[in-house]
Design a protein around this ligand. Structure first.
Ligand code: HEM
Length: 122
């Protein structure tokens, strides 16, 4: 996985989030606003920004980019599904939102490590 995968996945998150936003507006039912915002921001914006960063830093090892990608993708999907479950009062939402949140946090820790570490200087 590389910069392009991050950017393509981010755009897909954004398109889904935008469609949900339009549906919310058309039906005047804003109960899914937290789902919309996390699709757009945690999914769309964060993944696309990471893609822009990795495109500028090709020296970062591929495995570190791939680890970030899968943690972010799986964590992000579970987070959004869990928030949907919370909003709709589904009984299963707790563990799903919890695992998703931890997944996204781990993804951000890997991202931070990739941003701070002096890759290629060792
Ligand atoms: C087709 C484009 C979009 C449509 C139709 C749309 C629609 C909506 C609607 C109907 C709401 C609920 C407003 C309310 O509760 O009063 C909302 C909230 C929100 N949207 Fe979007 N949205 C779009 C794009 C975006 C994008 C691109 C982002 C961020 C990257 C975004 C972030 C947010 C946030 C953060 C909120 C919560 C605002 C608040 O609760 O104060 N939206 N959007």
């Amino acid at each position: 996985m590389g910069a392009t995968a991050f950017q393509r996945t981010g755009v897909v998150f954004l398109l889904v989030g935008l469609c949900l936003g339009m549906r919310m507006g058309m039906t005047e039912d804003f109960s899914l606003t937290p789902v919309h915002t996390h699709l757009n921001l945690a999914g769309g914006v964060l993944m696309f920004v990471a893609g822009l960063f990795y495109a500028q830093r090709p020296e970062i090892p591929r495995w570190a980019v791939t680890l970030h990608y899968w943690l972010h993708l799986v964590g992000g999907l579970l987070l959004v599904a869990g928030i949907y479950g919370a909003v709709t009062h589904a009984p299963w939402y707790g563990p799903v939102v919890g695992i998703g949140a931890v997944g996204v946090l781990l993804a951000m820790l890997v991202f931070a490590w990739n941003v701070f570490r002096k890759h290629g200087a060792m």
